[in-house]
Design a protein around this ligand. Structure first.
Ligand code: COA
Length: 161
């Protein structure tokens, strides 16, 4: 595979699982756009700008990766960027049904855009942004689950709370 893939998500906050998926994606695609969704249905802890900043810092050494945000339909954004694929991670069967539905909807909306799913590294199977926030809220060090930019931002958020 080659070309450009969009890796969308809420990234609230980004975790080492997300970053490992970026590394896997770079083995398949020439360029990746990590795209933070603005209109996610989920209530978020961080603003989109904060999430973009955390990702940019965490991915600063990756010259084939761009961090951006988008609003509206993912397929419209991906089309506008000239992407040939949407990249997503799968952590286990619990992710499957939702992802399957999303892939089919996106294919219906934009048949030329392929959804590519990669298995999350086993070390991050149990991690989600929700779990990271919950643990961090109790003052526990989550430095082994998230990049330093997110660890700092979480500590700051919960110090203020
Ligand atoms: N390692 C570890 N954890 C991972 C992971 C990985 N590789 N990949 C995802 N996760 C976790 C995330 O931390 C997140 O945890 P949380 O639920 O506790 O927050 C969870 O898996 C899923 O989050 P994410 O990958 O960010 O997906 P999402 O469901 O939040 O985002 C969008 C989905 C934004 C891509 C989707 O809603 C979208 O495309 N929206 C635009 C509107 C649209 O086009 N809709 C029609 C398409 S259905």
């Amino acid at each position: 595979m080659s070309g450009l893939a969009v890796y969308p998500g809420s990234f609230d906050p980004p975790t080492l699982g997300h970053l490992s998926l970026v590394d896997q994606g770079l083995a398949l695609f020439d360029r990746l756009v990590v795209a933070v969704a603005r209109n996610s249905a989920k209530a978020s802890l961080f603003t989109v700008e904060e999430r973009v900043a955390m990702l940019r810092e965490a991915l600063a050494g990756h010259d084939r990766v761009e961090v951006d945000s988008f609003e509206g339909l993912l397929v419209s954004y991906a089309r506008g960027r000239g992407a040939t694929a949407i990249l997503r991670g799968l952590r286990g069967t619990s992710d499957f049904e939702y992802e399957f539905q999303m892939a089919l909807v996106n294919r219906h909306l934009e048949p030329g855009l392929h959804s590519v799913y990669l298995m999350t590294d086993y070390r991050w199977l149990y991690i989600s942004s929700t779990i990271v926030k919950e643990v961090a809220a109790h003052g526990v060090d989550i430095g082994d689950m998230v990049p330093p930019s997110a660890a700092r931002a979480l500590a700051e958020k919960f110090r203020k709370a």
